[in-house]
Design a protein around this ligand. Structure first.
Ligand code: SF4
Length: 292
């Protein structure tokens, strides 16, 4: 049975779409077929989320009649296809920015060395506890040489309430010795140098780079790790791999503030044991992975 096109009156298409379109729209069959072709093509490109070189067909040259196929790599900006996880990540960035415009590092410090020491102390300890300890600690050990030459027992006693104090004291002291011998007492400002220091991993290095040297970095602490998984931004559990996933998804300029805002959100709304999804501004975009 042949259908008749509302516009062209020549339709041979018997699908439901054409049948209903014949009744309801004024578009021609050719237009509808073209629309469906484009939708399929777009869906294919979006599902892959990659870049594709294209072949352009040029008109015949003057010396012949053959068509020439020329491989052309379009600019990346034109060929970039959308990725649903990236789109979600950027919506989350915007929503968190609206909710926590003034998010900041919760540790108290006045110079790079103090932030370095405070970050070492914050391992397995709350920032509030560290902030109770550091004023007295920094008064007693005002510079890098004071830490490097401190009596280990005195240093341990000063930081005892932050937990794991022997390890932390040893790391602080070794780190400060290296700063004195290798960096003229200054805290280096590159990831490569920072992670060579005793007790400094990528997390601490990113805290220092992002907060005192304005070098964007994503700090993957316990909150960022937990929330990134719940928000479906990563399936990894290793902090370095999570950091890499987030770096791929987010613009570099947002890295540092994104970390602060995720930490604020983890403390205030998306708690480890009982996330408050009902009151969460991200509820519509968050897939709530692993949340019961
Ligand atoms: S919707 Fe729930 S799981 Fe997702 S971020 Fe908000 S509180 Fe956390």
């Amino acid at each position: 049975m042949r259908g008749a096109c509302f516009v062209e009156n020549v339709c041979v298409c018997l699908c439901d779409l054409c049948a209903s379109a014949r009744n309801s729209s004024g578009s021609s069959c050719a237009q509808r077929r073209r629309g469906r072709r484009e939708t399929r093509k777009k869906g294919f490109l979006q599902s892959k989320g990659r870049f594709y070189p294209l072949l352009l067909t040029l008109p015949p040259f003057s010396d012949g009649f053959r068509f020439t196929f020329l491989p052309v790599v379009l600019p990346l900006s034109l060929m970039k296809t959308s990725n649903p996880v990236r789109t979600r990540a950027r919506r989350i960035v915007r929503l968190l920015a609206g909710q926590y415009p003034d998010a900041h590092c919760a540790l108290h410090y006045e110079n790079p060395l103090q932030l370095l020491v405070a970050t070492i102390l914050s391992a397995q300890c709350t920032d509030a506890r560290v902030n109770q300890v550091t004023p007295g600690l920094f008064a007693r050990f005002p510079d890098v040489k004071a830490f490097a030459t401190a009596d280990p027992h005195v240093l341990e006693a000063a930081i005892q309430s932050t937990g794991f104090f022997r390890n932390k004291a040893r790391n602080i002291q070794e780190c400060c010795k290296q700063l004195v011998h290798q960096y003229q007492g200054q805290v280096p400002n590159t990831m490569e140098d920072l992670v060579q220091l005793p007790g400094i991993g990528r997390k601490t290095a990113n805290v220092i780079l992002g907060n005192v040297y304005d070098e964007p970095g994503i700090t993957v602490d316990t909150h960022v790790k937990r929330l990134s998984g719940r928000m479906g931004l990563t399936t990894e559990t290793d902090p370095e791999k999570i950091e890499r996933d987030l770096m791929r998804l987010l613009p570099k300029k947002d890295w540092t503030m994104f970390s602060h805002r995720m930490i604020f959100h983890g403390r205030q709304v998306c708690a480890a044991r009982k996330p408050n999804c009902a009151a969460c501004t991200l509820a519509k975009v968050c897939p709530k992975v692993g949340v019961e």
